[in-house]
Write a protein that binds this ligand. Structure first.
Ligand code: AMP
Ligand code: MG
Length: 535
């Protein structure tokens, strides 16, 4: 097929299901919930949906798959991506993985509500795995139904694409469809189950492999299978490392450590809180994966987590994400130990996480502040005092950095004017006491002095700062408003937010109402400030 010709019918998609060909399958054909031993996956069929209905798709993902522009609007598209029709080459299956949940080994988890359709090889020769989330039960569904509701699917759909456009590695969201069926959910586990509209999201990524995929075989001492999966992963997703052997395993683990460090630096940069950083939700490619009870920092608070299930320990709070990623990598290191049988190289790779995190984090902070480079001698203090100031009173993180970009390095600038420039970032202006103002003024003077050391004009600095400090993020209350409207059958805001988040660093005149502080009504509203895992 010539690369310029777009795919006009889904049957033209070309699949290469290497994972199924090369790795052992569960021999049991029945879709019953159970422990699946000595296998990487089970074949399953998506459930048929009553009356699937198109809600949205991401045009950029359609382009990755080389689809014609009209194709996603066809009835056939809705039938295929709701799970009602398989195209030639699709081989639906669910994979086996385990994981540490909230720090404890949880045994077999697996794709309980995700069904892989197979790997498309696109017109550029890239491998893109398609997966339906919410298409029915699998042997890994444990005591749940394998389904997903509209609210959680809207959140996954919008945030996957928002993250991509923010420049953050992530699984992509291709389509969002209503199934036409209802799903019963007890949203806050408080004895109030209610029927909700069911939905299916089609996710796309080069690979959905998680740390937990390796952990399960190590935990079961299925070492040959562990080796097979590591070899497969290196050959398929890390071919630049060369043929798998002991050295390649070490190089591979180190690469996972580095890409994970880069990912977490991105999250900290934009104020994204994953919410459930269990090892089964950690991607081997360093992608953001599994959008559950995630949230965005409105006011800068390192202790904040959106996840009500974690509200006591706050293990997955914003400020703890770097440590948790390290802990999770340690668990992956443990899992592959038997292929290496030496602790030192694994520990070295883990140290590379810390080093990479430190240097990338410094570079990121310097960029957020508009500095040419991070100078430890001066900038450690500058940052520490800034973070203290930001959390001492309720300060909107995204607005603060955009406003900071407007402050002049001119030594004659009036500190009072600067504080006025920043004012929009404060939730409770009465918290700006005389004491706080004088501390902030001192910090602004130090910041100005620091800017003067760099050879960068104000306008140039503003442009570079705005390229890393998004004006628009998928604020929790915005996603919730889109969900509320979708529940009434109005999908316009989903499209509006999808479009808005295509250019998160641009001013986008006329869209400023999406960049304002969280309104007061959203402070304690479920969905806006707190979410549970139940979706
Ligand atoms: P999560 O918290 O979404 O990462 O999910 C943890 C585990 O629970 C994974 O094995 C999921 O597949 C499974 N799971 C979550 N929700 C459902 C559901 N509605 N039906 C079946 N399995 C689920
Ligand atoms: Mg998960």
């Amino acid at each position: 097929m010539s690369p310029s010709r777009k795919i006009a019918h889904l049957d033209e998609l070309v699949f290469d299901n290497r994972f199924l060909r090369e790795l052992p399958a569960d021999p049991e054909p029945l879709n019953t919930r159970r422990q699946v031993l000595s296998a990487c996956y089970s074949r399953v069929q998506p459930v048929k949906t009553a009356k699937p209905h198109y809600v949205a798709h991401a045009q950029e993902v359609a382009e990755l798959l080389n689809l014609s522009e009209q194709l996603p609007l066809s009835e056939d598209f809705t039938q295929v991506f709701s799970g009602n029709r398989l195209t030639p080459g699709m081989e639906p299956h669910a994979t086996c993985y385990g994981g540490h949940q909230f720090g404890n080994w949880a045994g077999q988890l697996g794709d309980g509500r995700a069904i892989y359709l197979g790997d498309v090889i696109n017109h550029r020769g890239e491998r893109l795995t398609l997966q339906l989330k919410g298409a029915g039960p699998t042997p890994y569904s444990r005591n749940a139904d394998g389904l997903a509701v509209l609210r959680s699917s809207v959140r996954e759909f919008l945030c996957s694409e928002a993250m991509h456009h923010l420049g953050i590695p992530t699984t992509r969201a291709f389509s969002l469809l209503l199934t036409g069926d209802t799903v019963v959910r007890d949203m806050f586990y408080n004895g109030n189950p209610k029927p909700e509209p069911g939905a299916v999201v089609c996710r796309v990524a080069p690979s959905f492999t998680r740390f937990g995929h390796f952990q399960i075989f190590a935990a079961r001492r299925e070492i040959e299978l562990l080796k097979q999966l590591v070899d497969y992963t290196i050959r398929t997703d890390f071919p630049h490392l060369g043929e798998p052997d002991r050295d390649t395993y070490i190089a591979w683990f180190k690469e996972v450590c580095l890409s994970t460090a880069d990912l977490i630096v991105h999250w900290q940069r934009v104020g994204f809180v994953h919410g459930v950083m269990n090892t089964d939700n950690m991607s081997i490619l360093g992608l953001t994966i599994d959008y559950g009870p995630y949230g965005w920092i409105d006011n800068y608070d390192p202790d904040w987590t959106p996840n009500t299930t974690d509200s006591d320990e706050r293990r997955y709070r914003f400020g703890n994400q770097p440590q948790i990623a390290f802990w999770n990598l340690g668990q992956l290191g443990n899992a592959i130990y038997s292929l290496i049988e030496e602790v030192e190289p694994l520990q070295e790779a883990l140290s590379s996480y810390r080093e990479r995190f430190e240097t990338s984090w410094q570079t990121m902070v310097a960029q957020k502040l508009g500095l040419i480079a991070y100078e430890q001698q001066t900038d450690d203090d500058l940052c520490l005092e800034l973070f203290d100031l930001l959390k001492a009173i309720e300060t909107d993180m995204s607005i603060f950095y955009r406003k900071l970009a407007l402050i002049s390095k001119n030594p004659n600038s009036e500190p009072e004017n600067d504080i006025n420039t920043l004012m929009e970032a404060y939730y409770l202006p009465e918290q700006l006491t005389a004491g706080y103002r004088s501390r902030l003024t001192r910090w602004l003077m130090n910041y100005r002095k620091r800017l003067q050391k760099d050879d960068l004009e104000d306008e140039q600095r503003r442009i570079t700062m705005n390229a890393v400090n998004p004006k628009y993020v998928l604020r929790n209350y915005l996603a919730q408003q889109a969900i509320d409207k979708a529940g009434e059958g109005d999908f316009a805001m989903i499209h509006e937010l999808l479009d808005l988040m295509r250019h998160p660093y641009d001013e986008q005149p006329g869209k400023e109402h999406f960049a304002v502080k969280r309104p007061d009504w959203a402070r304690r509203r479920p969905g806006c400030s707190m979410l549970s895992c139940s979706s």
